[in-house]
Design a binder for this molecule. Structure first.
Ligand SMILES: NC(=O)c1ccc[n+]([C@@H]2O[C@H](COP(=O)([O-])OP(=O)(O)OC[C@H]3O[C@@H](n4cnc5c(N)ncnc54)[C@H](OP(=O)(O)O)[C@@H]3O)[C@@H](O)[C@H]2O)c1
Length: 237
C-alpha cells in the first residue's frame, strides 16, 4: 500500500510507539486520527494529524467513534488499555491479573468495530510484546495477554483475507513514557539492567518499533504475521 493520501486511525497514537507511528504515517502523506483518553499528552503534532479522546475499553464509545471516522485504510492500535500486573502469579492479586487483559479487550473493540470500515486493500496492525514468547518469571500477565493478542491476530487474518490484512508487531524493551522513571540516570540504569543479556543490549526506540508497523502496513503480501522488534530478546539467555 502506498500510504500517501490514505486515511489512518491510530489508537494509542498520542504517546510512545503509537505516536511515533502516527508521525511516520503523516510524514508519508496519510491523514491520521490519533486517539487516546487524553490526547493532549501528544504535544505538537504535524500537519495532517488530528486527535480524538476515547477509551478503548468502552465498546459503545468505540463503535460510535469508528462509525463516525470510517471509512479508512489503515487501522492501528498500540493502546495499552490499562494497568499491567507484575510479580509471581501465585501471589498475584487476581483482579490485577484479569485487569491486564484490558489490552486485549481494547484491541478486540477496535478490530470488532473498525474492520467493517476498512477499505478494501486496507490493514489492521496491533502491538503485542516479547513476553508473549519469552515467558519471563513475574510477567505471567504480559505473557498471557501477548499470547492471546498474537493468536487473535492470526485467527482474524484468516477471516478477513484476502481483501484486508491484519498483523502484529512485538516490541522488546522500548524506551517510552510507559516507564515513568523521570530521573535520566535512574532511567538509563533501569533499561541497562533490563536489557543486559539481550543480543543488542539496550532499549529500543519508539521509532524503531514504528518502522516495523510501517513495514506491515505497506507490504500487501504480509498478513497474519508477527514482526519482532526486540534487539534479539527472543534468542537471549
Ligand atoms: N514500551 C515497551 O517496552 C513495550 C514493550 C512491549 C510491548 N509494548 C506495547 O506497546 C504498546 C504501546 O506501548 P508504549 O510503550 O508506546 O506505551 P505508552 O507510551 O504509555 O503509550 C500508550 C498509549 O496508549 C494510550 N492508552 C492507554 N490506555 C488506553 C485506553 N484505555 N484507551 C485509549 N487509549 C489508551 C495512551 O494514552 P492515554 O493514557 O491518553 O489513554 C497512550 O497514547 C502497548 O500495547 C504496550 O503494551 C510496549
Amino acid at each position: 500500500m502506498n500510504i500517501s493520501g490514505k486515511k489512518a486511525v491510530v489508537f494509542g497514537g498520542t504517546s510512545g510507539i503509537g505516536l511515533a507511528t502516527t508521525k511516520m504515517l503523516a510524514q508519508e502523506g496519510a491523514t491520521v486520527v490519533a486517539i487516546s483518553r487524553d490526547p493532549s499528552k501528544a504535544g505538537a503534532l504535524p500537519a495532517g494529524v488530528s486527535t480524538e479522546a476515547c477509551d478503548v475499553r468502552d465498546s459503545a464509545a468505540i463503535e460510535t467513534l469508528l462509525n463516525r471516522l470510517g471509512p479508512f485504510d489503515i487501522l492501528v492500535s498500540a493502546a495499552t488499555g490499562g494497568d499491567r500486573a507484575v510479580g509471581p502469579f501465585v501471589e498475584m492479586d487476581i483482579d490485577g491479573f484479569k485487569g491486564s487483559f484490558d489490552k486485549l479487550w481494547g484491541y478486540a473493540n477496535v478490530v470488532r468495530y473498525g474492520a467493517a470500515h476498512l477499505n478494501e486493500g486496507g490493514s489492521i496492525t496491533l502491538v503485542s510484546g516479547s513476553p508473549a514468547r519469552t515467558y519471563p518469571k513475574d510477567l505471567s500477565a504480559l505473557s498471557a495477554v501477548g499470547g492471546a493478542v498474537e493468536a487473535f491476530v492470526k485467527t482474524v487474518s484468516r477471516e478477513i483475507a484476502p481483501a484486508r490484512r491484519i498483523n502484529v508487531v512485538s516490541p522488546g524493551v522500548i524506551d517510552t513514557p510507559m516507564v515513568t522513571i523521570e530521573d535520566k540516570a535512574k532511567r538509563e540504569a533501569a533499561y541497562t539492567a533490563m536489557t543486559k543479556d539481550y543480543l543488542i543490549p539496550r532499549a529500543g526506540t519508539a521509532e524503531e518499533v514504528a518502522q516495523g508497523l510501517l513495514f506491515v502496513i505497506k507490504n500487501d503480501f504480509v498478513t497474519g504475521t508477527i514482526v519482532d522488534v526486540d534487539g534479539g530478546w527472543l534468542l537471549s539467555d
